[in-house]
Design a protein around this ligand. Structure first.
Ligand SMILES: [Zn+2]
Length: 253
């Protein structure tokens, strides 16, 4: 039940991720003006703005100008639902913080893929909200130990990545280091082992795809490979599947 509710909420968060990923790189406000078609400026009424269902009902076209609405929109909404359902596996205390953290990672991955940068504004809001929700979750359930783990994990992981950044300033951008701070916070909730496993998974994924692109001739040595999606995927995978390996899921146990 918790997971179904989380998924429904995730559809709406995914819808908001679409707005953020489109507007923030363009320097637009995320709440004004209301949702509109980027092609004809037609303002969307509520029934054109329902996650996934509206896209299906409209057959992927704008009601006003008949312009195509990219399939990416419903896919991102479904991804938001999936991420929040995964967050729901970790029980009520961690759910809100993980849901916000995961969807922030989704938004940042899309923006990094679109324009090779990680906007501070989105990252800062996501990080602050995740910390606040972790604190609220700990207060509501009295599970302060998990909060301690998250903070300790966040500090240790951020320290490690800061050291990597200082040792090889060209190797890892400051944007990636800041993004990793959010990742290790989410990983830290599950314990320090997950922090190391998550970072390892992210670097491994990044290295495999980076080498793959080099071999395929798609990327020169100097081409910036967007690292955010790998950090995000590694984090979500390890937060989700790491505890299962050690039987730590409160929601299922
Ligand atoms: Zn239109």
């Amino acid at each position: 039940m918790l997971i179904v509710l989380a998924a429904a909420f995730g559809l709406c968060l995914g819808s908001f991720v679409n707005v953020v990923a489109w507007r923030v790189p363009r320097g637009e406000s995320v709440n004004r003006p209301p949702s509109h078609c980027p092609r004809c400026d037609h303002e969307l009424s509520w029934w054109e703005n329902v996650p996934v269902a509206s896209w299906l009902a409209l057959a992927g076209r704008c009601h006003s100008c008949d312009g195509r609405i990219p399939v990416r929109y419903p896919l991102v909404e479904l991804a938001g639902a999936a991420l929040c359902a995964l967050a729901g596996l970790h029980g009520l205390a961690a759910l809100p913080a993980l849901a916000v953290g995961f969807t922030t990672l989704l938004a940042l991955s899309l923006i990094d893929l679109d324009c090779r940068r990680v906007p501070n504004r989105v990252l800062a809001v996501g990080l602050a909200l995740s910390v606040a929700l972790f604190v609220a979750g700990a207060a509501a359930t009295g599970d302060w130990a998990a909060l301690g783990r998250a903070v300790a994990g966040g500090l240790v992981g951020a320290g490690l990545l800061g050291a990597v950044h200082l040792a090889s300033p060209g190797g890892m951008g400051m944007g990636d280091v800041k993004l990793a701070a959010l990742c290790v916070l989410l990983l830290g909730w599950g314990g320090l082992r997950l922090v190391f496993a998550g970072l390892f998974a992210a670097f491994l994924l990044g290295a495999v795809v980076g080498v793959g692109l080099l071999v395929a001739g798609r990327a020169g040595r100097r081409t910036a490979v967007p690292f955010a999606p790998f950090l995000a995927a590694g984090t979500v995978a390890v937060v989700t599947f790491g505890p299962a390996l050690t039987g730590l899921y409160p929601a299922l146990g």
